[in-house]
Design a protein around this ligand. Structure first.
Ligand code: SF4
Length: 73
């Protein structure tokens, strides 16, 4: 399965966890809210799941190929 990822910036608390752990996939915008980077497409599903699971704001949302949200908790 190839997961897709987006950030819910309403939930991002700017912890920097995803940016530090996976800089290829996540970066801060001018407001220090995380934004998905093109490199996210190169991350394995396991690494995306880990990033989503460890996000303290639960702001990293994963979707499966059918567009359904994936539970990572
Ligand atoms: S880990 Fe979550 S809360 Fe922290 S910067 Fe990334 S998206 Fe925002």
């Amino acid at each position: 399965m190839t997961l897709r990822v987006r950030i819910d910036q309403e939930l991002c608390i700017s912890s920097g966890k995803c940016v530090a752990d996976e800089p290829e996939a996540f970066a801060f915008d001018d407001e220090e809210l995380s934004v998905v980077q093109p490199g996210a497409a190169r991350l394995s599903d396991d690494r995306l799941r880990r990033a989503a699971r460890l996000c303290p704001g639960q702001a990293i949302i994963l979707f499966d190929e059918a567009g359904q949200p994936v539970d990572v908790q």
